[in-house]
Design a binder for this molecule. Structure first.
Ligand code: UD1
Length: 418
């Protein structure tokens, strides 16, 4: 297992090209099982979640290649509807495959999905949605088994706007008989991107990006090439990093609209931000001001996936901040690690009360999950002295070329095999 060694204190200056969105690529890869024609997904980030999804598609009998950042999938030879537990446990998004595998084979079997340990993360909304489409589900020995004679469109009301459940039900409904209406659907931009991809290959989906998604079932889907949207969470991580370390950076290939809630907060922090076409420029030349409160919400609210990075920034702001995590139960596992770096944070229930200190200090810390790990990296870059960040395989799940991109900006960070 690798670790990062970081010597903090450098400002970040320069340009970063933003990767395509992990959370868009993964459901699109799952969707490729729905068609017999060749799919090419362009500019796919080299992250372990993608590698694991490709391995799972391979286990399902799909032919997949990943060359020069393009993934090519030929699912015409797919002949297996069972997802092995070793892989399902590596990757939460494996659960999206239920929708497309059941659509293809009328049956599917998958071990309970893994992913970041940030809360309970049940899949009841996914399963209830599939049941409404006519799927019979049994759960035993850590496996979910699904079966149906045919999938039939229906109205599905989600108890809460789950991103994964919305996407999974969309995938199951695309080739179902009749029309499916998902109410209280999640509105994340990655769901709109999935709709765009599905329609591009011949589906009839509308409403993604609003609370109601309508899917008219079709018999057959085609193939083609697709470029997913930018990764707003990777982009946000670099912006927060530059706000924290000081400096001036430009992000290329981003849609600033998707980052409105973050940009609003960073302006409150005192950062100078300009947006032009697909670029965001951020300058931070003084110690940031605190923002009074940050609450994670479903899109278009402040993303839970930037909560840890933003809390790290609050640690060095002038004054106090309150961060509230509303989506996941245990998303503060990085806090004890930040405290080793001198952060002054008290967590009570869903709230983190942060008193800004002048400087953090380098320390040995452990990444317990993907975004918490990224927060520790930017904290270490901003801190005085040397840090070591262990268990960075969590970070590899979502950031491609992370240390290369940070080094190009002037960050002193190296990866070392432990
Ligand atoms: C997706 C994102 C993840 C992000 C999250 C919230 C992907 C691959 N991952 O995760 O990066 O942090 O959205 O923006 O796109 N819930 C239930 N029952 C369910 C499903 C969810 O109770 O069946 C609850 C969850 O416990 C959580 C909330 O709904 O409290 C939101 O979760 P959800 O939107 O489903 O997150 P994911 O799709 O897992």
């Amino acid at each position: 297992m690798d670790k990062y060694i970081v010597n903090g204190g450098n400002g970040l200056y320069g340009t970063v090209n933003i990767q395509t969105a992990k959370n868009s690529v993964l459901p699109i890869l799952a969707a490729s099982v729905l068609t017999d024609e060749k799919i090419v997904i362009r500019n796919v980030p080299a992250i372990s979640d993608v590698h694991n999804m490709i391995k799972i598609l391979g286990c399902l009998g799909c032919r997949c290649t990943y060359i020069d950042r393009d993934v090519e999938i030929d699912a015409s030879c797919s002949d297996c509807c069972e997802i092995p537990s070793v892989l399902a446990r590596e990757l939460r998004s494996s659960v999206f495959l239920l929708g497309s595998v059941i659509s293809r084979f009328r049956k599917a079997k998958i071990a309970y999905p893994g992913g970041c340990d940030i809360g309970l993360r049940p899949v009841d909304l996914h399963l209830n949605g599939l049941k409404r489409l006519g799927v019979r589900i049994t759960e035993s020995n850590g496996y979910i088994s699904c079966e149906c004679e045919q999938l039939t469109g229906n109205e599905i009301m989600l108890d809460c706007p789950s991103v994964g459940a919305t996407e999974n039900i969309m995938l199951a409904a695309v080739k179902a008989e009749g029309t499916t209406v998902i109410k209280n659907a999640a509105r994340e931009p990655e769901i709109e991107d999935l709709q765009k991809f599905l329609n591009y290959i011949g589906a009839k989906v509308s409403g993604a990006g609003t609370g109601t998604v309508v899917i008219h079932g079709v018999n057959k889907l085609g193939g083609g090439e697709f470029l997913p949207i930018c990764d707003r969470i990777e982009a946000g991580t670099f912006l927060i990093g530059a706000a924290m370390c000081g400096g001036e950076i430009q992000l290329n290939g981003v849609n600033a609209e998707l980052l409105s809630s973050l940009l609003h907060k960073l302006r409150e922090n005192g950062c100078k931000i300009r947006v032009k076409d697909d670029k965001i420029m951020l300058r931070s030349d003084r110690r940031p001001y605190s923002v009074k409160s940050i609450e994670t919400q479903p899109y278009p609210g402040f993303p839970t996936d930037l909560q840890a990075q933003m809390t790290a920034l609050c640690c060095v702001c002038r004054g106090n901040s309150i961060v509230t995590e509303n989506l996941f139960e245990t998303r503060y596992k990085y806090v004890p690690e930040l405290k080793k770096m001198g952060a002054d944070i008290t967590v009570i229930d869903r709230n983190a009360f942060v008193h800004g200190v002048e400087k953090l200090k380098g320390a040995e810390v452990i990444a317990h999950d993907l975004r918490g790990g990224a927060a520790l990296v930017i904290a270490a870059l901003a801190a005085e002295g040397r840090s070591e960040i262990f268990d960075i395989s969590h970070i590899d799940r979502g950031y491609s070329d992370f240390e290369y991109k940070l080094r190009a900006l002037g960050g002193d960070i190296v990866r070392v095999a432990v």
